[in-house]
Ligand binder design. Structure first.
Ligand code: OGA
Ligand code: NI
Length: 348
């Protein structure tokens, strides 16, 4: 964001600790769309995909994956194969990391030039703030790593994050492989892009809030990336997705990952899979912690896979370089799925 006046927001976790009863003006974002409250049990249920079955080449599970990506753009992945003690250690480590004293956390705070680390960047002095702290760091490719951030993370979290991010990168590529099967595209049309994966990890900490309806943890957005894999650290509800115009809460399953399609995958699949808007709400009782891993190609062009472009299904999106895509997305203010509209081919 060259030349723009970036503002660094203070820690919401510290603010919430002060036992305030009223939220400061800058956090007030009332009039969010209400969540769908059902008085029956018939709330639409987010699909659950069994990764173990996919690995056993279960065709029914592959069809379930395909439908989840087409109809929902979001699913919970069970039996994902990531070592459960590693997952437990990452969960403990992240909770401890957020509980470090402020003096220690300051070492990791974002700067005006650097979006990685703790904090939230806002573009304007008067912009509303989210009720949450985050810690963002780019993990892959190795040569793009920030020289000081990861090496300063306390042990054993640092090593555990190292193993976890590598596992997730592998899981990501395997999920894409199953998607190419489900879509019946030539595997290399998509997989070649992921020979070098770009991955960032983001920890989100949403403290309890005395006026939870008046604030938002994370504003409605779709992820600009190919695929996000989210882990609920303490299994508190808060994540909601917009389906058929309604906000639906996600009930996190124990030991599952929440996987969602990003805008880039919508482009690569020529709109067959769709990214979906989601948001994070907060509550007055307990903090909520989530941990997301975002994946994109490092290089190459983002455009509809050639075999998905036919006379009957013409290209819905332009093909642009990953670099242009990422820069365009970051420059665009986070606002629903609006960046996808910029790469959409306008039919006259
Ligand atoms: C994100 C995101 C949801 C959550 O970080 O992009 O959507 O529940 N997080 O923290
Ligand atoms: Ni998101």
């Amino acid at each position: 964001m060259a030349g723009s006046s970036v503002v660094l927001a203070p820690s919401v976790q510290e603010l919430a600790k002060q036992g305030i009863t009223k939220v400061p003006e800058q956090y007030l974002q009332p009039n969010q769309d209400p969540v769908l409250v059902s008085n029956t049990t018939s709330l639409p249920q987010l699909p659950t995909i069994d990764f173990g079955k996919l690995l056993c080449e279960d065709v029914i599970e592959l069809e379930k994956l395909h439908n989840a990506c087409k109809e929902w753009g979001f699913f919970q992945l069970i039996n994902h194969g990531v070592n459960s003690s590693l997952v437990e250690n990452v969960k403990i480590g992240i909770q401890e990391f957020f509980n470090l004293p402020m003096e220690k956390k300051k070492m990791f705070w974002q700067t005006e030039e650097e979006m990685q680390g703790f904090g939230q960047h806002v573009a304007l002095e008067k912009e509303k703030l989210r009720w949450g702290d985050m810690f963002l760091v780019r993990t892959f490719p190795l040569h793009e790593r920030h020289p000081h951030l990861i090496p300063s993370i306390p042990q054993p979290l640092r090593d555990n994050l190292e193993s976890y991010s590598l596992e997730l990168k592998k899981l990501f590529v395997t999920i894409i492989e199953f998607m190419t099967k489900a879509l019946k595209v030539q595997p290399n049309e998509m997989l070649d892009l992921f020979e070098e994966v770009d991955q960032s990890i983001k920890m989100n900490y949403y403290p309890p809030c005395p006026q939870p309806e008046q604030v938002i943890g994370l504003n409605p957005h779709s992820d600009g990336v190919v695929l996000s894999i989210l882990m609920e650290i303490n299994e508190i509800q808060g994540l909601q997705i917009k389906k058929d115009g309604m906000w639906i809460p996600i009930n996190p399953l124990t030991n599952a990952f929440v996987v969602n399609i990003g805008d880039m995958l919508e482009v690569l699949t020529n709109g067959i899979y769709q990214s979906i808007e989601h948001r994070a709400t907060v509550n007055s009782e307990k903090e909520r912690i989530s941990f997301a891993a975002f994946h994109t190609p490092y290089k190459g062009d983002i455009g509809p896979a050639p075999s998905l472009v036919t006379p009957e299904t013409p290209a819905l999106f332009k093909t642009i370089s990953t670099e242009d895509y990422v820069n365009g997305y970051l420059a665009n203010k986070i606002n629903g799925k609006s960046y996808l509209e910029i790469v959409r081919i306008q039919n006259s």
